[in-house]
Design a protein around this ligand. Sequence first.
Ligand SMILES: [Mn+2]
Length: 444
Amino acid sequence: MFSTNRISRINEDIQREIAALLRDVKDPRVKQGMLSVTAVDTTADLQHAKVYISVYGAGSEKELMKGLKSASGYFRYEIGKALSIRHIPELHFVIDSSIERGARINSILGELPETQDVVRESGGPASRIIDAAETAKWLDGRDNFLILTHRRPDGDTTGCAGALAQGLREHGKTAFVLPNPEITPRYLRFIEDYYPPAQWGEPDYVISVDTASLELLNDNAGEYKGRISLCIDHHSSNTRYAEQLCLDTSCAACGEIVYGILMNLSGGIGARAAEYLYTAVATDTGCFSYANTTGDTLRIASLLVESGAPHRALNKEFFRTKTQARVKIESMILTGIEYCFGGAAAIVIITREMMAGAGADEDDVDDISSLPCIIAGVRAGITIREMASEFDCKGSVRTTPGVDAGAIAACFGGGGHAMAAGVTYKGTVAEVRDRIIEELAGFL
Ligand SMILES: [Mn+2]
C-alpha cells in the first residue's frame, strides 16, 4: 500500500501525462469537443485509477468513452515510460460533469506556468496564476466589471473584450468595456456597444484582455492601472501586473482562453460572443494560417461556428477584402523590399510619406507585418514603421520556426511571441534598419 501523499503525487503525474497524451490521440471519437482531465483517483494498491474527464462541445459522450477506453493501453504504455512506478493502474474513464470539480484542477487549455517569484509591475507581489475554470468561478462570484483593451487594438483584444462583456451580461452580470481612444472602424463594433454610459459609476473589478504589460494600456486607463484584478492573456512576455493572471502561452489567441472561461462560466456561448471570439482567433492566426495555429485553435473555431459565428462573412470581411489604399501600400512595400543574409531576411519600411501617398490609415495596415514572411526562403521578416515622428519607429519581427522573434525583439527592449514580436525605437527608420541587420546576424 502507498501513502496518501505518494498516491496524490501519482494522481497528479497521471493526470498531467494523460492531459498531454490526449493531444496526440488521433481517434475522432476522442477528438470531438474539448477535453480536460479534471482529476485522477488511484487506489492505494495502484491497481485502478479513475480518470475524470470533462468535455465541452457537441458530440456523443458514449462514443468518447469508447474511444478513451480503446486508447487506454496507449496511455498506460506512455505513462509507464514517463513515470517510475512499478505497476501502472488500470484506467477507468469517468465523465466529470461538475464544473466545481474542474475548477480544482486543470483548465482545458493545458498546464499553466508556475507563479514566478517576481514583483508585479503595479508594485504588489506577482500575479496569482489561475486557470480558465478558476477564472470562471471568480467571475461568477463577483459583479460590476470594467474590461480594458490594449493600445493599437486588434481583433483579439477587442473580440475578447466584447465577448467577455457579452458573456458576462448573458450570465446576469454588469460589464462594460472602457472606450479605446485608438479604436479603428474595423474593430469598433466589437466593443462600442459595451462602452459604459456617462452616468455609470465605478467598476468593482477591472479586467484586462490580451494585454502583456501596463504600458500597453491607453492613457484613459491610467486610473485603473494599479487595481487590475484579473488579466487574461496569452503572451509569454506578460509582466504579471494584475492580481490574478489567467495565462496560457500555448494559445494562438487570447480568444481561445476567453472561450474556455465562458464555457466554464455558463456552459455555452451565444452567437454574438461566438462571432467576436471567432474574429479574435481568426485575426491572431491570419485566418488559421500562421504557425501559432494548433489543433485546439481549430477545434475552438469549429465550436464557435457551431455556436453561431458567421465564419463565411467574417472571413470575407477580414481576409478576403482589401481597400484600395491597402493594395496601394502593399504595392509600395513590395517594391521597396530589401533582402539580407542571402534572402533569409526581408526588411520592409513604411514611412509616413508612404502612408500619406497611399491614403492609408491604421486599418489599411492591419497585420501588414506578416507580408515579408510570405516570401519563399525568408526566415525573418522585419517591418519598420515610422510612427508619430521621424525619430519614433515601430519594428515588427515575424519569423519561421527556429528563429526566435521574441529574442530578436528583446535586443531592442521589445518582446512578444516566438514567431511574432515587436519593438519600439527612438530613432529614424534608417537607424533601426542598420541596427536590426546587425542583430539579425546572430540569429540567422
Ligand atoms: Mn492576441
